[in-house]
Design a binder for this molecule. Structure first.
Ligand code: 8IG
Length: 276
């Protein structure tokens, strides 16, 4: 790190410079953030140009969550030079909001105009089986936090009060449906997490309009929109939200559902990246 306490935007610039140096790619076009269980889709997206340990880059802690991988890949997918972040940081790990959104800010500083944010989520729609990918249509940020709270962005960045009317890009959602026309859409509720919901909380979330519930993504989406990137969100339903199915929740079940859905998710990501 060049300075002891850079603001989060300067830290993202530093990380983007380190990324360019370590990958040999002056810029990237799109970033894919791989959520729980999505790590395997990194293999097969395209030609791997570079593989850098995430925690070698300024501001990136090593991922601690099972199913994440400590790796930033530079991958050629058709004409799209793609940065694939093998893991992310979550609020429930105790990371501050700037750390949680550091990956997307770094990617955008590296040139990415498109952010594809993936996650594993609980499904509230009983018609969705485990292993169902769902395109995010909108979100409920129920974390109680925001990347736009705190000191104002520096003068060379957009002001806060970012417009979130189109949090998830119509254009990118259209591309996803071109690739896989049977994909449903849903509203993702992002919570602090650390524990799954009670059945009462799941009923409440359904009343609020949520179709999916998880512990990530929503802050990254806000940070990406603030900096002008288009966002595509994709959830993999890996469990029925508590009280919606007939089983208790455990993380091993989540990882197995993701593994089985891997080929479909890989084709979806590759197809979207090739069409950008
Ligand atoms: I995977 O049911 C996965 N992540 N909050 N609730 C929340 N996060 C999740 C869930 C779930 N499943």
């Amino acid at each position: 790190m060049n300075s002891p306490h850079p603001d989060p935007f300067s830290l993202a610039d530093e990380a983007a410079a380190a990324l360019a140096e370590r990958t040999g790619q002056a810029t990237h076009d799109a970033v894919v953030v791989l959520g729980s269980g999505w790590a395997a889709t990194a293999d097969g997206l395209g030609e791997v140009l570079a593989d850098v340990p995430l925690d070698d880059l300024p501001g990136f802690p090593a991922p601690t969550v099972a199913g994440h991988r400590n790796s930033a890949l530079s991958v050629a997918v058709g004409d799209t030079t793609t940065l694939v972040l093998g893991g992310r940081s979550h609020l429930y790990e105790g990371h501050p909001v700037p750390t949680v959104v550091h990956g997307v800010r770094t990617a955008i500083a590296a040139g990415c105009g498109v952010a594809i944010l993936t996650n594993a989520a609980g499904g509230l729609n009983p018609a969705w089986p485990v292993g169902q990918p769902v395109v995010l249509r909108d979100q409920l940020n129920l974390t109680g936090a925001s990347p736009m709270a705190g000191p104002p962005p520096p003068p060379d960045r957009p002001a806060r009060f970012v417009d979130l009317t189109e949090a998830y890009s119509m254009r990118l959602r259209g591309l996803a449906h071109q690739v896989d026309s049977s994909l449903p859409e849903g509203i993702y509720a992002g919570l602090l997490g650390g524990a799954y919901e009670t059945p009462a909380e799941v009923r409440m979330l359904g009343g609020l309009g949520a179709d999916l519930v998880g512990m990530s993504t929503v802050l990254e989406t806000i940070a990406a929109r603030h900096l002008g990137a288009e966002v595509l969100g994709i959830s993999l339903v890996t469990n029925a939200a508590a009280g919606m199915g007939n089983e208790n929740l455990d993380h091993a079940e989540v990882l197995e559902a993701a593994r089985a859905a891997g080929p479909r998710m890989l084709a979806l990501l590759r197809g979207v990246l090739e069409r950008l």
